[in-house]
Write a protein that binds this ligand. Structure first.
Ligand code: FES
Ligand SMILES: [Fe+2]
Length: 416
């Protein structure tokens, strides 16, 4: 029998195994997220220190819907500024990245220092004794670009709108050891960017990257060539801080492909061979046997290690049913040439037109299409039980524990 309309809304507090579909389609909830999640007590990833190497260099991006600038000031420090002119609200910078001594708004040419301080206001004293700001005192300090609280952690820059967001290290909690394994303080090198527009709600992506169940079932390539199978050794972890910093990872050394054959799964093709097997070659890299590691820092960052490929993926919501993914492919400045080349080669494996993300995005978009018009029903996330294990890793890859942790955090922030 079908469920009655609105049976999962309001969302029962004790129910950890259902996610009402309306969280992916409701414009009112999307607006609430802007305030309570993106401008709430959370840290959003905005870019890399390496992307703003010199004074006046900048990169533009967003935190939720709010346009922001990552810049390097004259004091050598990294700043995150709201990209909104203090005069009448225009975007001050419109390019994706660049370098300038002064950030000038084109509308009326107010000029700001790269640290956000307002420096120049044309016709401030009016013209020939008339007009200008002679009668209305202009508080240049107060009219600076809004500067957000910033923390830089081993080369990654995070920002928050709030003073009461816990320090970043505390916010990362149990993710810290994995985080510092990848970002160990060595100088990073940006190898390239990929951008991808996805017609789905941004939270479907956070579910996707915490979902080991789909990885060996949706992705023919990774299952067939042994990069990831549900039968491999691995674990998923939901971090206990309650801010939703979650990680899932697994070693790729133990394989049981015969179980795939027994299950009759269409994504395991025994006879398939690669014409370019070097794509799957893994060169000695970080000191562990982790084949695939996907870490997430709620609400805007995914960090991947897939074979030799390392990247940050920034999640930028554009509306209730659309988001952009910005991939920054990375290496270390001291990488040997061969390793650097392998990382670049494997961009073809992981990116939007590669063998993995192509399928993820298709899956997310067909979910978004499938739930259109649905008001009362819910997704089922009961794989592996009802537990929301914060801080204790699940020793297998056939569970949705990390999804339940994600939703618990989201619900707490959203108060729904
Ligand atoms: S809106 Fe920027 S100078 Fe007027
Ligand atoms: Fe996937």
């Amino acid at each position: 029998m079908s469920a009655p309309i609105d049976s999962f809304w309001p969302w029962p507090r004790e129910d950890t195994t259902h996610v009402p579909y309306r969280v992916f389609t409701d414009a009112g909830l999307f607006q609430r997220e802007q305030e309570r999640v993106f401008q709430g007590p959370t840290w959003s990833y905005v870019g890399l220190e390496a992307e703003v190497p010199g004074e006046g260099s900048f990169r533009t991006t967003h935190i939720g819907e709010v346009p922001v600038i990552l810049s390097r000031g004259g004091d050598g420090r990294v700043h995150v500024l709201v990209n909104r002119c203090a005069h009448r609200g225009a975007l001050v910078l419109r390019e994706a990245y660049g370098q300038r001594k002064r950030f000038n708004c084109i509308y009326h040419q107010w000029g700001y220092d790269p640290d956000g301080r307002l420096r120049a206001v044309p016709f401030k004293q009016g013209v020939e004794g008339h007009g200008g700001y002679r009668d209305v005192p202009l508080d240049m300090q107060a009219l600076s670009l809004r500067r957000l609280r910033v923390e830089v952690l081993n080369g990654l820059v995070f920002a928050t709108f709030r003073d009461d967001t816990p320090p970043l290290r505390e916010y990362l909690g149990g993710v810290w050891p994995q985080f510092t394994r990848v970002f160990d303080g060595r100088k990073l090198e940006v190898l390239g960017y990929l951008r991808q527009r996805v017609k789905a709600n941004w939270k479907l992506y956070f579910e996707n990257v915490k979902d080991p169940y789909h990885a060996g079932l949706l992705h023919l390539f990774v299952a067939t060539f042994g990069l990831f199978r549900s039968t491999q050794r691995g674990e998923t972890l939901a971090e206990p801080s309650g801010c939703g910093h979650l990680v899932s990872y697994q070693g790729g050394t133990q394989e049981h492909p015969e179980q795939y054959e027994q299950q009759g799964l269409s994504t395991y093709r025994k006879g398939y061979r690669l014409r370019a097997p070097e794509l799957m070659r893994k060169l000695p890299d970080l000191a562990d046997d982790v084949a695939v590691s996907i870490q997430t820092v709620f609400p805007s960052l995914v960090i991947h290690r897939i074979s030799n490929s390392i990247a940050t993926r920034q999640v930028l919501p554009r509306g209730v049913d659309e988001f952009d993914l910005v991939w920054t492919l990375l290496g270390y400045a001291d990488d040997p040439v061969e390793l650097r080349n392998q990382r670049i080669l494997q961009a073809n494996l992981v990116g939007p037109s590669g063998f993995i993300s192509l399928e993820d995005v298709e899956a997310l978009e067909i979910v978004q299409r499938g739930i259109q018009g649905e008001r009362g029903d819910a997704a089922f996330v009961g794989l592996g039980g009802t537990r929301v294990l914060y801080g204790e890793p699940e020793p297998d890859l056939a569970n949705e524990t990390a999804l339940r942790g994600f939703w618990k955090t989201w619900r707490t922030l959203m108060d729904v």
